[in-house]
Write a protein that binds this ligand. Structure first.
Ligand SMILES: O=P(O)(O)OC[C@H]1O[C@](O)(CO)[C@@H](O)[C@@H]1O
Length: 527
Protein backbone atom coordinates (compact mmCIF):
# COMPACT_ATOMS: atom_id res chain seq x y z
CA UNK A 1 0.00 0.00 0.00
CA UNK A 2 2.88 2.34 0.77
CA UNK A 3 4.24 1.54 -2.68
CA UNK A 4 0.93 2.44 -4.33
CA UNK A 5 0.84 5.71 -2.44
CA UNK A 6 4.42 6.52 -3.38
CA UNK A 7 3.68 5.73 -7.02
CA UNK A 8 0.69 8.04 -6.85
CA UNK A 9 2.81 10.75 -5.20
CA UNK A 10 5.37 10.52 -8.02
CA UNK A 11 2.61 10.74 -10.62
CA UNK A 12 1.21 13.97 -9.20
CA UNK A 13 4.50 15.51 -8.09
CA UNK A 14 4.39 18.25 -10.71
CA UNK A 15 0.72 19.03 -10.32
CA UNK A 16 -0.05 22.40 -8.79
CA UNK A 17 -2.69 22.14 -6.10
CA UNK A 18 -4.45 25.16 -7.61
CA UNK A 19 -5.44 22.83 -10.46
CA UNK A 20 -7.37 20.75 -7.97
CA UNK A 21 -9.48 23.79 -7.11
CA UNK A 22 -10.08 24.44 -10.80
CA UNK A 23 -11.32 20.92 -11.47
CA UNK A 24 -13.39 20.74 -8.26
CA UNK A 25 -15.09 24.02 -7.37
CA UNK A 26 -16.34 22.43 -4.12
CA UNK A 27 -12.89 21.31 -3.06
CA UNK A 28 -12.78 23.56 0.01
CA UNK A 29 -15.83 21.75 1.36
CA UNK A 30 -15.12 18.25 0.14
CA UNK A 31 -11.60 18.43 1.55
CA UNK A 32 -12.63 19.81 4.92
CA UNK A 33 -13.97 17.89 7.87
CA UNK A 34 -16.17 19.38 10.56
CA UNK A 35 -17.22 18.33 14.04
CA UNK A 36 -19.31 20.60 16.20
CA UNK A 37 -18.11 24.11 15.44
CA UNK A 38 -14.61 23.03 14.47
CA UNK A 39 -13.43 22.72 10.88
CA UNK A 40 -10.23 21.21 9.57
CA UNK A 41 -9.47 22.36 6.02
CA UNK A 42 -6.96 20.16 4.19
CA UNK A 43 -7.85 21.35 0.70
CA UNK A 44 -4.49 23.15 0.39
CA UNK A 45 -2.66 19.86 -0.07
CA UNK A 46 -1.98 17.74 -3.12
CA UNK A 47 -4.43 15.08 -1.96
CA UNK A 48 -7.13 14.25 -4.50
CA UNK A 49 -10.11 11.94 -4.14
CA UNK A 50 -8.17 8.90 -5.31
CA UNK A 51 -5.29 9.56 -2.91
CA UNK A 52 -7.74 10.04 -0.08
CA UNK A 53 -9.33 6.68 -0.87
CA UNK A 54 -5.91 5.06 -0.88
CA UNK A 55 -5.13 6.62 2.49
CA UNK A 56 -8.47 5.48 3.90
CA UNK A 57 -7.75 1.97 2.63
CA UNK A 58 -4.39 2.09 4.42
CA UNK A 59 -6.20 2.95 7.64
CA UNK A 60 -8.78 0.24 7.05
CA UNK A 61 -6.05 -2.36 6.55
CA UNK A 62 -4.56 -1.42 9.91
CA UNK A 63 -7.86 -2.36 11.62
CA UNK A 64 -7.70 1.00 13.36
CA UNK A 65 -11.35 0.88 14.40
CA UNK A 66 -10.96 -2.38 16.29
CA UNK A 67 -7.81 -0.99 17.91
CA UNK A 68 -9.59 2.25 18.81
CA UNK A 69 -12.40 0.26 20.42
CA UNK A 70 -9.85 -1.82 22.30
CA UNK A 71 -8.19 1.34 23.64
CA UNK A 72 -11.48 2.82 24.83
CA UNK A 73 -12.45 -0.52 26.35
CA UNK A 74 -9.33 -0.69 28.52
CA UNK A 75 -7.41 -3.45 26.70
CA UNK A 76 -3.65 -3.47 27.49
CA UNK A 77 -2.65 -1.94 24.13
CA UNK A 78 0.59 -0.55 25.61
CA UNK A 79 2.01 -4.02 25.39
CA UNK A 80 5.66 -3.36 26.16
CA UNK A 81 4.56 -2.15 29.57
CA UNK A 82 1.49 -4.36 29.86
CA UNK A 83 -0.84 -1.44 30.42
CA UNK A 84 -4.15 -0.12 29.21
CA UNK A 85 -4.25 3.37 27.67
CA UNK A 86 -7.15 5.13 29.28
CA UNK A 87 -6.67 8.88 29.43
CA UNK A 88 -10.06 8.92 27.68
CA UNK A 89 -11.64 7.58 30.87
CA UNK A 90 -10.52 10.74 32.70
CA UNK A 91 -12.94 12.77 30.57
CA UNK A 92 -15.67 10.15 30.38
CA UNK A 93 -17.79 12.39 32.61
CA UNK A 94 -21.16 10.90 31.92
CA UNK A 95 -20.20 7.84 29.93
CA UNK A 96 -20.64 4.28 31.06
CA UNK A 97 -18.37 1.90 32.91
CA UNK A 98 -14.78 1.42 31.73
CA UNK A 99 -13.18 -1.79 32.86
CA UNK A 100 -9.56 -2.67 33.43
CA UNK A 101 -9.02 -6.30 34.38
CA UNK A 102 -12.73 -6.63 35.07
CA UNK A 103 -12.93 -3.63 37.41
CA UNK A 104 -14.82 -0.45 36.56
CA UNK A 105 -12.35 2.42 36.89
CA UNK A 106 -14.96 5.19 36.62
CA UNK A 107 -15.98 5.38 40.32
CA UNK A 108 -12.33 5.96 41.31
CA UNK A 109 -11.83 8.59 38.60
CA UNK A 110 -15.00 10.48 39.51
CA UNK A 111 -14.16 10.31 43.20
CA UNK A 112 -10.70 11.81 42.60
CA UNK A 113 -12.25 14.46 40.36
CA UNK A 114 -14.69 15.38 43.14
CA UNK A 115 -11.78 15.64 45.60
CA UNK A 116 -9.87 17.82 43.13
CA UNK A 117 -12.86 20.13 42.74
CA UNK A 118 -13.29 20.48 46.51
CA UNK A 119 -9.58 21.12 46.98
CA UNK A 120 -9.37 23.59 44.10
CA UNK A 121 -12.35 25.50 45.49
CA UNK A 122 -10.74 25.56 48.94
CA UNK A 123 -7.46 26.90 47.53
CA UNK A 124 -9.27 29.47 45.40
CA UNK A 125 -11.20 30.64 48.45
CA UNK A 126 -8.10 30.83 50.68
CA UNK A 127 -5.21 33.28 51.12
CA UNK A 128 -3.06 31.38 48.62
CA UNK A 129 -1.73 33.93 46.13
CA UNK A 130 0.65 31.70 44.16
CA UNK A 131 0.76 28.07 43.15
CA UNK A 132 3.93 26.44 41.85
CA UNK A 133 3.51 23.29 39.76
CA UNK A 134 6.76 21.35 39.94
CA UNK A 135 6.87 18.68 37.23
CA UNK A 136 8.47 17.95 33.88
CA UNK A 137 7.43 16.52 30.51
CA UNK A 138 3.79 15.48 30.65
CA UNK A 139 3.57 16.71 34.24
CA UNK A 140 4.40 20.23 33.08
CA UNK A 141 3.85 20.87 29.37
CA UNK A 142 0.11 20.18 29.33
CA UNK A 143 -0.91 22.18 32.39
CA UNK A 144 1.49 25.03 31.53
CA UNK A 145 0.06 25.18 28.01
CA UNK A 146 -3.54 25.07 29.26
CA UNK A 147 -3.10 27.71 31.96
CA UNK A 148 -1.72 30.10 29.36
CA UNK A 149 -4.37 29.13 26.80
CA UNK A 150 -7.19 29.78 29.24
CA UNK A 151 -5.94 33.12 30.57
CA UNK A 152 -9.32 34.82 29.97
CA UNK A 153 -10.88 32.33 32.41
CA UNK A 154 -8.12 32.60 35.02
CA UNK A 155 -9.67 33.96 38.20
CA UNK A 156 -7.75 31.91 40.76
CA UNK A 157 -4.26 32.40 42.23
CA UNK A 158 -1.25 32.88 39.95
CA UNK A 159 0.13 29.54 38.74
CA UNK A 160 3.85 29.13 38.01
CA UNK A 161 5.59 26.16 36.43
CA UNK A 162 9.03 24.87 37.35
CA UNK A 163 10.34 21.99 35.28
CA UNK A 164 14.05 22.30 34.52
CA UNK A 165 16.60 20.91 36.97
CA UNK A 166 18.66 24.00 36.11
CA UNK A 167 18.63 25.87 39.42
CA UNK A 168 17.91 29.04 37.47
CA UNK A 169 14.35 27.89 36.87
CA UNK A 170 13.32 27.48 40.47
CA UNK A 171 15.45 30.40 41.67
CA UNK A 172 13.81 32.78 39.18
CA UNK A 173 10.37 31.48 40.09
CA UNK A 174 10.78 31.70 43.86
CA UNK A 175 12.24 35.19 43.74
CA UNK A 176 9.54 37.58 44.84
CA UNK A 177 7.09 34.93 46.06
CA UNK A 178 5.79 34.90 49.61
CA UNK A 179 6.44 31.43 51.08
CA UNK A 180 3.51 31.88 53.48
CA UNK A 181 0.94 32.26 50.73
CA UNK A 182 2.41 29.83 48.18
CA UNK A 183 1.14 26.34 47.49
CA UNK A 184 3.54 23.85 45.91
CA UNK A 185 2.11 21.06 43.79
CA UNK A 186 4.57 18.27 43.08
CA UNK A 187 3.36 16.69 39.85
CA UNK A 188 5.03 13.43 38.95
CA UNK A 189 3.44 10.24 37.76
CA UNK A 190 6.32 8.18 39.13
CA UNK A 191 7.43 10.54 41.92
CA UNK A 192 10.99 9.47 41.16
CA UNK A 193 11.88 11.84 38.30
CA UNK A 194 15.19 13.35 39.34
CA UNK A 195 14.48 16.86 38.06
CA UNK A 196 11.13 17.07 39.81
CA UNK A 197 12.28 15.60 43.10
CA UNK A 198 15.33 17.88 43.17
CA UNK A 199 13.14 20.93 42.56
CA UNK A 200 10.57 19.72 45.12
CA UNK A 201 13.22 19.40 47.82
CA UNK A 202 14.60 22.85 46.99
CA UNK A 203 11.08 24.33 47.20
CA UNK A 204 10.49 22.61 50.52
CA UNK A 205 13.71 24.02 51.98
CA UNK A 206 12.86 27.50 50.65
CA UNK A 207 9.40 27.36 52.19
CA UNK A 208 10.75 26.28 55.56
CA UNK A 209 13.41 29.02 55.53
CA UNK A 210 10.94 31.72 54.57
CA UNK A 211 8.18 31.25 57.12
CA UNK A 212 5.97 28.82 55.19
CA UNK A 213 4.84 25.41 56.37
CA UNK A 214 5.66 22.61 53.94
CA UNK A 215 3.59 20.15 55.96
CA UNK A 216 0.49 22.17 55.06
CA UNK A 217 1.45 23.84 51.78
CA UNK A 218 2.46 20.92 49.59
CA UNK A 219 0.18 18.74 47.46
CA UNK A 220 1.11 15.81 45.23
CA UNK A 221 -0.21 14.40 41.95
CA UNK A 222 1.08 10.92 41.36
CA UNK A 223 0.51 7.22 40.84
CA UNK A 224 3.13 6.40 43.49
CA UNK A 225 1.41 6.82 46.84
CA UNK A 226 4.26 5.19 48.71
CA UNK A 227 6.71 7.84 47.50
CA UNK A 228 4.34 10.76 48.13
CA UNK A 229 3.95 9.54 51.73
CA UNK A 230 7.74 9.16 52.05
CA UNK A 231 8.09 12.77 50.91
CA UNK A 232 5.75 13.76 53.74
CA UNK A 233 2.62 14.79 51.87
CA UNK A 234 -0.50 13.62 53.73
CA UNK A 235 -3.04 11.49 51.82
CA UNK A 236 -5.73 14.19 51.84
CA UNK A 237 -3.50 16.33 49.65
CA UNK A 238 -2.44 13.54 47.34
CA UNK A 239 -4.42 13.10 44.12
CA UNK A 240 -3.68 9.73 42.66
CA UNK A 241 -4.11 8.18 39.26
CA UNK A 242 -3.30 4.87 37.66
CA UNK A 243 -0.42 3.73 35.47
CA UNK A 244 -2.77 3.39 32.48
CA UNK A 245 -2.60 7.16 32.08
CA UNK A 246 0.54 8.03 30.09
CA UNK A 247 2.49 11.07 31.29
CA UNK A 248 1.93 13.03 28.08
CA UNK A 249 -1.78 12.20 28.22
CA UNK A 250 -2.25 13.04 31.88
CA UNK A 251 -3.47 16.61 32.13
CA UNK A 252 -7.10 15.46 32.03
CA UNK A 253 -6.77 14.06 35.54
CA UNK A 254 -4.90 15.10 38.70
CA UNK A 255 -1.98 16.50 36.66
CA UNK A 256 -4.50 19.18 35.61
CA UNK A 257 -4.98 20.37 39.21
CA UNK A 258 -3.01 23.58 38.58
CA UNK A 259 -5.30 24.35 35.64
CA UNK A 260 -8.37 23.70 37.76
CA UNK A 261 -7.10 26.00 40.52
CA UNK A 262 -6.44 28.70 37.92
CA UNK A 263 -9.75 28.61 36.05
CA UNK A 264 -12.06 26.88 38.51
CA UNK A 265 -13.76 23.48 38.44
CA UNK A 266 -16.55 24.57 36.07
CA UNK A 267 -14.15 25.70 33.34
CA UNK A 268 -12.03 22.58 33.89
CA UNK A 269 -15.18 20.49 33.44
CA UNK A 270 -15.84 22.30 30.16
CA UNK A 271 -12.30 21.39 29.06
CA UNK A 272 -13.01 17.73 29.89
CA UNK A 273 -16.30 17.91 28.01
CA UNK A 274 -14.47 19.20 24.95
CA UNK A 275 -12.16 16.19 25.10
CA UNK A 276 -15.12 13.89 25.57
CA UNK A 277 -16.93 15.44 22.58
CA UNK A 278 -13.88 14.69 20.40
CA UNK A 279 -13.78 11.13 21.79
CA UNK A 280 -17.41 10.61 20.82
CA UNK A 281 -16.79 12.02 17.37
CA UNK A 282 -13.71 9.82 16.93
CA UNK A 283 -15.70 6.73 17.92
CA UNK A 284 -18.74 7.50 15.78
CA UNK A 285 -17.75 9.35 12.60
CA UNK A 286 -17.04 7.30 9.50
CA UNK A 287 -14.19 7.73 7.03
CA UNK A 288 -13.81 11.24 5.65
CA UNK A 289 -16.13 12.55 8.37
CA UNK A 290 -13.71 11.52 11.12
CA UNK A 291 -11.46 14.47 11.95
CA UNK A 292 -8.67 12.69 13.89
CA UNK A 293 -8.53 9.97 11.23
CA UNK A 294 -8.34 12.47 8.38
CA UNK A 295 -5.80 14.61 10.24
CA UNK A 296 -3.61 11.53 10.75
CA UNK A 297 -3.87 10.47 7.10
CA UNK A 298 -3.01 13.94 5.80
CA UNK A 299 0.01 13.98 8.11
CA UNK A 300 1.09 10.55 6.90
CA UNK A 301 0.77 11.59 3.26
CA UNK A 302 3.25 14.34 4.01
CA UNK A 303 5.60 12.40 6.27
CA UNK A 304 5.56 8.77 5.20
CA UNK A 305 4.63 9.14 1.53
CA UNK A 306 6.24 12.43 0.50
CA UNK A 307 9.05 12.15 3.04
CA UNK A 308 8.78 15.61 4.61
CA UNK A 309 10.73 15.24 7.83
CA UNK A 310 9.16 18.01 9.87
CA UNK A 311 5.78 19.49 10.58
CA UNK A 312 5.16 23.04 11.82
CA UNK A 313 2.36 23.73 14.29
CA UNK A 314 1.41 27.38 13.90
CA UNK A 315 -1.36 28.58 16.20
CA UNK A 316 -2.42 32.13 15.43
CA UNK A 317 -3.15 32.71 19.08
CA UNK A 318 -0.62 34.11 21.52
CA UNK A 319 -2.25 32.09 24.28
CA UNK A 320 -1.42 28.88 22.40
CA UNK A 321 2.26 29.77 22.30
CA UNK A 322 3.11 26.65 24.32
CA UNK A 323 1.02 24.32 22.15
CA UNK A 324 3.86 23.42 19.73
CA UNK A 325 6.03 22.28 22.66
CA UNK A 326 3.13 20.30 24.08
CA UNK A 327 2.47 18.62 20.73
CA UNK A 328 6.19 18.00 20.38
CA UNK A 329 6.11 15.64 23.36
CA UNK A 330 2.74 14.18 22.36
CA UNK A 331 3.87 13.31 18.85
CA UNK A 332 7.59 12.73 19.21
CA UNK A 333 7.57 10.75 22.46
CA UNK A 334 4.63 8.69 21.18
CA UNK A 335 5.64 8.01 17.59
CA UNK A 336 9.40 8.55 17.56
CA UNK A 337 10.00 4.80 17.38
CA UNK A 338 11.87 2.47 15.01
CA UNK A 339 10.38 -0.95 15.66
CA UNK A 340 6.90 -2.35 15.30
CA UNK A 341 4.97 -4.04 18.11
CA UNK A 342 6.73 -7.33 17.35
CA UNK A 343 10.17 -5.77 17.52
CA UNK A 344 10.82 -5.65 13.77
CA UNK A 345 12.05 -2.51 11.94
CA UNK A 346 9.24 -0.20 10.80
CA UNK A 347 9.29 -0.25 6.98
CA UNK A 348 8.65 3.51 6.61
CA UNK A 349 9.65 6.70 8.42
CA UNK A 350 7.91 7.15 11.77
CA UNK A 351 6.96 10.41 13.56
CA UNK A 352 7.99 13.73 12.08
CA UNK A 353 9.89 16.44 13.91
CA UNK A 354 7.21 18.73 15.35
CA UNK A 355 8.03 22.34 15.95
CA UNK A 356 6.47 25.76 15.66
CA UNK A 357 5.54 28.99 17.36
CA UNK A 358 2.61 31.34 17.66
CA UNK A 359 1.74 33.47 14.65
CA UNK A 360 2.40 36.20 13.80
CA UNK A 361 5.74 36.04 15.65
CA UNK A 362 6.98 33.07 13.63
CA UNK A 363 6.45 35.06 10.43
CA UNK A 364 9.26 37.36 11.49
CA UNK A 365 11.58 34.52 12.41
CA UNK A 366 11.42 31.29 10.41
CA UNK A 367 8.74 31.69 7.73
CA UNK A 368 11.43 32.76 5.26
CA UNK A 369 12.60 29.15 5.15
CA UNK A 370 9.04 27.82 5.02
CA UNK A 371 8.32 29.92 1.92
CA UNK A 372 11.61 29.86 0.06
CA UNK A 373 13.83 27.24 1.70
CA UNK A 374 14.77 24.02 -0.09
CA UNK A 375 12.74 21.82 2.27
CA UNK A 376 8.99 21.56 2.12
CA UNK A 377 7.48 21.96 5.58
CA UNK A 378 3.82 21.02 5.89
CA UNK A 379 2.19 23.65 8.10
CA UNK A 380 -0.71 23.33 10.51
CA UNK A 381 -2.39 26.67 11.06
CA UNK A 382 -4.94 27.29 13.82
CA UNK A 383 -7.16 30.30 14.22
CA UNK A 384 -10.25 31.33 16.18
CA UNK A 385 -12.99 33.23 14.36
CA UNK A 386 -12.98 35.73 17.18
CA UNK A 387 -10.69 36.79 19.99
CA UNK A 388 -11.59 37.39 23.61
CA UNK A 389 -10.64 41.05 23.38
CA UNK A 390 -13.78 42.40 21.71
CA UNK A 391 -12.51 45.94 22.18
CA UNK A 392 -9.46 44.98 20.08
CA UNK A 393 -11.35 43.46 17.16
CA UNK A 394 -9.07 45.19 14.67
CA UNK A 395 -6.14 43.19 16.12
CA UNK A 396 -8.01 39.98 15.60
CA UNK A 397 -8.98 40.89 12.05
CA UNK A 398 -5.32 41.46 11.31
CA UNK A 399 -4.38 38.17 12.97
CA UNK A 400 -6.92 36.24 10.88
CA UNK A 401 -5.80 37.99 7.71
CA UNK A 402 -2.19 37.05 8.44
CA UNK A 403 -3.07 33.43 9.13
CA UNK A 404 -5.04 33.06 5.90
CA UNK A 405 -2.43 34.99 3.93
CA UNK A 406 0.31 32.56 4.92
CA UNK A 407 -1.48 29.45 3.72
CA UNK A 408 -2.51 31.28 0.56
CA UNK A 409 1.07 32.38 -0.10
CA UNK A 410 2.37 28.86 0.52
CA UNK A 411 -0.07 27.47 -1.99
CA UNK A 412 -0.06 30.08 -4.73
CA UNK A 413 3.53 31.22 -4.51
CA UNK A 414 4.85 33.83 -6.93
CA UNK A 415 6.05 32.97 -10.44
CA UNK A 416 9.21 34.30 -12.06
CA UNK A 417 7.06 36.47 -14.34
CA UNK A 418 5.22 37.98 -11.40
CA UNK A 419 8.52 38.48 -9.59
CA UNK A 420 9.97 40.24 -12.64
CA UNK A 421 6.90 42.44 -12.90
CA UNK A 422 7.21 43.44 -9.25
CA UNK A 423 10.72 44.91 -9.77
CA UNK A 424 10.67 45.84 -13.46
CA UNK A 425 10.32 49.52 -12.54
CA UNK A 426 13.66 49.42 -10.69
CA UNK A 427 15.95 47.07 -12.62
CA UNK A 428 16.64 45.93 -16.13
CA UNK A 429 18.60 43.32 -18.05
CA UNK A 430 20.70 40.84 -16.10
CA UNK A 431 20.15 42.73 -12.86
CA UNK A 432 16.37 42.41 -13.33
CA UNK A 433 16.76 38.64 -13.76
CA UNK A 434 18.98 38.38 -10.68
CA UNK A 435 16.66 40.47 -8.51
CA UNK A 436 13.56 38.64 -9.75
CA UNK A 437 15.05 35.22 -8.91
CA UNK A 438 15.24 36.22 -5.23
CA UNK A 439 11.58 37.17 -5.24
CA UNK A 440 10.18 33.91 -6.59
CA UNK A 441 8.04 31.81 -4.26
CA UNK A 442 7.77 28.20 -5.45
CA UNK A 443 4.28 27.79 -3.97
CA UNK A 444 2.46 24.46 -4.07
CA UNK A 445 3.47 24.02 -0.43
CA UNK A 446 0.93 22.20 1.72
CA UNK A 447 -0.88 23.34 4.82
CA UNK A 448 -3.98 22.52 6.81
CA UNK A 449 -6.01 25.02 8.80
CA UNK A 450 -8.02 24.33 11.93
CA UNK A 451 -10.70 26.94 12.61
CA UNK A 452 -13.07 27.29 15.55
CA UNK A 453 -15.24 30.09 16.96
CA UNK A 454 -13.31 31.02 20.12
CA UNK A 455 -10.53 29.52 22.22
CA UNK A 456 -12.65 28.56 25.22
CA UNK A 457 -12.05 25.59 27.58
CA UNK A 458 -14.22 23.24 25.57
CA UNK A 459 -12.45 24.10 22.33
CA UNK A 460 -9.07 23.58 23.96
CA UNK A 461 -10.24 20.15 25.10
CA UNK A 462 -11.31 19.33 21.56
CA UNK A 463 -8.00 20.46 20.06
CA UNK A 464 -5.91 18.40 22.49
CA UNK A 465 -8.05 15.27 22.07
CA UNK A 466 -7.99 15.71 18.28
CA UNK A 467 -4.19 15.58 18.29
CA UNK A 468 -4.09 12.68 20.77
CA UNK A 469 -6.30 10.58 18.53
CA UNK A 470 -4.37 11.59 15.45
CA UNK A 471 -1.21 10.29 17.13
CA UNK A 472 -3.08 7.08 17.96
CA UNK A 473 -4.14 6.52 14.33
CA UNK A 474 -0.62 7.21 13.06
CA UNK A 475 0.78 4.73 15.58
CA UNK A 476 -1.71 2.04 14.62
CA UNK A 477 -0.99 2.42 10.90
CA UNK A 478 2.75 2.30 11.57
CA UNK A 479 2.24 -0.75 13.80
CA UNK A 480 4.23 0.79 16.64
CA UNK A 481 3.53 1.22 20.35
CA UNK A 482 2.70 4.92 20.79
CA UNK A 483 2.44 4.60 24.56
CA UNK A 484 5.88 3.69 25.83
CA UNK A 485 9.00 5.87 25.80
CA UNK A 486 12.06 3.66 26.18
CA UNK A 487 14.06 6.17 24.17
CA UNK A 488 14.36 8.50 27.15
CA UNK A 489 15.79 5.90 29.50
CA UNK A 490 19.41 5.58 28.36
CA UNK A 491 20.13 9.26 28.86
CA UNK A 492 18.61 9.12 32.35
CA UNK A 493 20.79 6.13 33.31
CA UNK A 494 23.94 7.76 31.99
CA UNK A 495 23.14 11.05 33.77
CA UNK A 496 22.84 9.20 37.06
CA UNK A 497 26.19 7.52 36.43
CA UNK A 498 27.79 10.82 35.39
CA UNK A 499 26.64 12.80 38.41
CA UNK A 500 29.50 11.62 40.68
CA UNK A 501 31.93 12.10 37.80
CA UNK A 502 30.82 15.71 37.48
CA UNK A 503 30.96 16.11 41.26
CA UNK A 504 34.53 14.81 41.11
CA UNK A 505 34.06 11.82 43.41
CA UNK A 506 34.38 9.27 40.61
CA UNK A 507 36.97 9.32 37.83
CA UNK A 508 35.98 9.84 34.20
CA UNK A 509 38.53 7.30 32.98
CA UNK A 510 35.92 4.77 31.81
CA UNK A 511 34.18 7.35 29.65
CA UNK A 512 34.73 7.99 25.94
CA UNK A 513 37.36 10.53 24.93
CA UNK A 514 34.90 13.32 24.18
CA UNK A 515 33.03 12.97 27.48
CA UNK A 516 36.36 12.84 29.36
CA UNK A 517 37.52 15.99 27.60
CA UNK A 518 34.32 17.84 28.41
CA UNK A 519 34.43 16.78 32.07
CA UNK A 520 38.07 17.92 32.27
CA UNK A 521 37.19 21.28 30.79
CA UNK A 522 34.26 21.78 33.16
CA UNK A 523 36.37 20.79 36.17
CA UNK A 524 38.95 23.41 35.23
CA UNK A 525 36.36 26.15 35.56
CA UNK A 526 34.72 25.06 38.82
CA UNK A 527 35.39 26.51 42.28
O1 LIG B 1 5.52 12.49 35.68
P1 LIG B 1 6.88 11.90 35.80
O2 LIG B 1 6.85 10.48 36.26
O3 LIG B 1 7.74 12.75 36.70
O4 LIG B 1 7.54 11.86 34.38
C1 LIG B 1 7.77 13.04 33.66
C2 LIG B 1 8.03 12.76 32.21
O5 LIG B 1 9.14 11.92 32.05
C3 LIG B 1 8.95 11.04 30.97
O6 LIG B 1 8.79 9.75 31.47
C4 LIG B 1 10.09 11.08 30.00
O7 LIG B 1 11.29 11.02 30.67
C5 LIG B 1 7.67 11.53 30.31
O8 LIG B 1 7.02 10.55 29.60
C6 LIG B 1 6.93 12.06 31.47
O9 LIG B 1 5.89 12.90 31.06
Amino acid sequence: MWTDLKTKAAAVADRHMLELFQTDPDRADTFSVQTGDMRLDYSKTNIDAETRDQLLALAEASTWKAKRDAMFAGAPINDTEGRAVLHTALRNLDGGAVEVDGNDVMPGILDTLARMRAYADAVRGSDVTDVINIGIGGSDLGPAMAVKALAPYHDGPRVHFVSNVDGAHIADTLRGLDARSTLVIVASKTFTTIETMTNARTARAWMKDHGGDPSAQFAALSTNLEKTAEFGIPPERVFGFEDWVGGRYSMWGPIGLGVMIAVGPAAFDAFLRGGQAMDRHFCAAEGVENMPLVHALVGMWHRQVLGHATRAVLPYDQRLALLPAYFQQLEMESNGKSVTMDGKPVPVETGPVVWGAAGTNGQHAFYQLIHQGTDVIPCEFMIAAQGHESELKHHHDLLVANCLAQSEALMTGRSLDAARASVAHKFEGAELERQAAHRVFPGNRPSVTLVYPLLDPETLGMIVALYEHRVFVEGVILGINSYDQWGVELGKELATALQPVVEGTVSAQDKDGSTRGLVDFIHRYRD
